[in-house]
Design a protein around this ligand. Structure first.
Ligand code: NDP
Length: 280
């Protein structure tokens, strides 16, 4: 039976370190958060970020824009925050209304204020192993692995999902640690090879957003399973991995919720402190 790999205690430890760092800074870091419209999911993230920021001595500045805001107006707003010396980090809440292309606007945030680590310049640095600001969820997954002192060198790691925000940067971070990384995606599923790859994984990381995509009995005996997925089913939040069967085979498994999630918001605050230090 797998041991639960919970994010909260690890996040609590890191938050303590962040708190100390913030206390040692000559200014109170300011995180500017932009929400366009009033999507309930985005508002829930804002609430959790506000609470975390308050607990760490970080000033969380919320800017709620009209749902009909044009892309050009949002870009102007971002540029205003870029110029504002009092703002240390900028985050744009997802989802955005359809008139706004996230990929396009994320390029307008100054790389040194890009606390989500999504600016092409920050993503590019990962390729060279020189990243200062890492995308939050991949950084959180790396913290989870570090917490169980796993040596990644030579390990068979399978990442399911190749999004810009999770799968791709995560694969690069794992490569940096000399893991043997396989990245699976929709093409893998279409070729009916997902089960085969999952079955080889000593460490399996799934970030797709499809409940029960990964069947518990596909998992290799003793594998470490990190489920990034968040799916709402009949009012309940579940991951992408069939938990009840998977926990019988894995050595470690993250719960959903309570696994990767608490680390994502913590990494955001850690990035803010790193960005603030860079600016100072
Ligand atoms: P995206 O939708 O951007 O990416 C999903 C990825 O899964 C894509 O690469 C997609 O491939 C791939 N995919 C889709 N269907 C299949 C399939 N049947 N088999 C294999 N691969 C498939 O999502 P995100 O990366 O943004 O998020 C993934 C999940 O993680 C979501 O549930 C999200 O809510 C959650 N999440 C959780 C966070 C946390 O803090 N816990 C933070 C961020 C995300 P293709 O593009 O080719 O279709």
């Amino acid at each position: 039976m797998a041991q639960l790999l919970e994010g909260k205690p690890i996040a609590a430890k890191i938050k303590e370190e962040i708190k100390q760092e913030v206390a040692g800074l000559e200014i109170k870091p300011v995180l500017a958060s932009i929400i366009v419209g009033d999507n309930p999911g985005a508002l829930a993230y804002v609430k959790s970020q506000t609470k975390t920021a308050e607990g760490l001595g970080i000033n969380y500045q919320l800017h709620q824009l009209d749902v009909l805001t044009a892309e050009s107006s949002l870009i102007e707003f971002i540029e205003k925050l870029n110029r504002d010396k009092a703002v240390n980090g900028i985050i744009i809440q997802m989802p955005l209304p359809e008139q706004i292309d996230y990929k396009k606007i994320s390029e307008f945030i100054l790389p040194e204020k890009d606390v989500e680590g999504m600016h092409p310049a920050n993503i590019g640095k990962i390729v060279f192993g020189k990243a200062g600001i890492l995308p939050c969820t991949p950084a959180g997954v790396m913290e989870l692995l570090e917490s169980i002192k796993i040596n990644l060198r030579g390990k068979e790691v399978v990442v399911v999902g190749h999004s810009e925000i999770v799968g791709k940067p995560l694969a690069l971070l794992l490569l940096e640690k000399f893991a043997t990384v396989t990245v699976c995606h929709i093409g893998t599923s279409e070729a009916k090879k997902l089960e085969e790859h999952v079955g080889r994984a000593e460490i399996l990381i799934v970030a797709v957003g499809k409940a029960n995509l990964i069947k518990g009995d596909w998992i290799k005996e003793g594998a470490i399973v990190i489920d990034v997925g968040i799916n709402r089913i009949e009012g309940k939040i579940v991951g992408d991995v069939e938990f009840q069967t998977a926990e019988k085979k894995a050595s470690y498994i993250t719960p959903v919720p309570g696994g990767v999630g608490p680390l994502t918001v913590t990494m955001l605050m850690r990035n803010l402190v790193a960005a603030t230090k860079l600016q100072l």
